[in-house]
Design a binder for this molecule. Structure first.
Ligand SMILES: [Zn+2]
Ligand SMILES: [Zn+2]
Length: 338
């Protein structure tokens, strides 16, 4: 099969011929039709996060396609099923975390001692075929095409899980910090639920785009958010925790700030002069919060309430898709077809 192989940390992604994987027990073989490029793929490929622990290194955790073969013991999926794959496939079931018997989520991926994570410690989806645990897949809604579904599998899933984690109440105002792969979907999910939604972006060229996605207003930073009336919820979807800390200036009493993205370079800090404590505010960490929420996120897209904005790249152009993602100039998700 053809796959986007990363020869070494920081090396450009190259389409190469590699052996087609065979599904093991509990796995399905998926003919990948589309796979999104997540910023975490970029960091993994650059070695900012641990470089894939297998060879050849193939990352990617936003793969959508159809099941073409079943491994031993698979009963819940059939050949021909249209599926979405996810980042965390399985946990060990035995470690201290697993003994808590929590659902399969991004949290379990990061806390289980031996979790199976797509594109990190097992082959990812930037390839014509990928084997994944059947139980970690979701059936795609009818009529939802693969390139539209792909960005939902991590970006949309993260954005929706973050909104859910904030538990916004009727009449509350939601601010979305960052208008990128996650943020452009978070703005839409918030609007789809009827929340007054404000986008926070330091990029003037994204103001019109954010308004078009459903934001009622766009502000540049926490000070402007406060001047615009503040927000009960701030969803941090950009990769700067410095900007996230700044956004606290616009968080209302009782407000929740949700860290849904990772800043590999900086810390999130509550400043010494902050009134955070007296305002009874909360900082919430959020990641993929279970296949139930991924299903909700996909259904809102299938119903037309939310539309991922993506640019489609042929597999031969995967290196360009990655470099443009790294540079932050994709509107808003690069999706590679295989
Ligand atoms: Zn991702
Ligand atoms: Zn475990």
């Amino acid at each position: 099969m053809k796959a986007a192989v990363i020869a070494a940390p920081k090396a450009p992604w190259e389409i190469r011929d590699v052996p087609t994987p065979e599904p093991g027990p509990g796995e399905v073989l998926v003919r990948v039709r589309a796979c999104g490029v997540c910023h975490n793929d970029v960091w993994t490929a650059q070695g900012v996060f641990p470089f894939p622990s297998f060879s050849p290194a193939i990352t990617g955790h936003e793969a959508a396609g159809e099941v073409v073969a079943l491994g031993p013991g698979v009963t819940g999926r059939r050949v021909g099923d249209r599926v979405g794959t996810t980042w965390v496939q399985e946990t060990c079931g035995r470690c201290g975390y697993c003994r808590r018997n929590l659902p399969l989520t991004g949290q379990s991926g990061m806390n289980c001692a031996e979790s199976v994570m797509t594109g990190l410690n097992t082959q990812g989806g930037h390839a014509e075929y990928v084997c994944v645990k059947a139980a970690s897949t979701v059936l795609l809604p009818d009529g939802l095409d693969y390139t539209t579904a792909a960005p939902v599998l991590c970006a949309g899933y993260t954005a929706w899980s973050a909104l859910r984690a904030a538990r916004p109440q009727p009449g509350e105002r939601v601010a979305v910090l960052g208008v990128g792969g996650l943020g452009h979907m978070a703005v839409q999910y918030s609007r789809a639920c009827g929340f007054d939604t404000v986008a926070i972006t330091g990029s003037p060229d994204k103001h019109e785009l954010a308004l078009g996605l459903g934001a009622r207003a766009v502000v540049a930073n926490g000070t402007e958010l406060r001047e615009a009336g503040g927000a009960d919820v701030v969803l941090v979807t950009g990769i700067s925790y410095r900007s996230a800390a700044d956004a606290l200036q616009g968080l209302l009493p009782g407000g929740r700030i949700v860290l849904a993205a990772i800043d590999p370079n900086d810390s999130f800090t509550v400043g010494p002069a902050s009134a955070f404590w007296s305002m009874r505010q909360q900082v919430i960490g959020a990641t993929h919060d279970g296949l139930r929420y991924l299903t909700e996120a996909l259904d809102l897209v299938a119903r037309g309430a939310v539309t991922p904005v993506h640019e489609v790249f042929a597999k031969e152009d995967v290196a360009e898709a990655v470099s443009r993602t790294a540079a932050g100039d994709v509107r808003f998700r690069a999706v590679v077809t295989y």
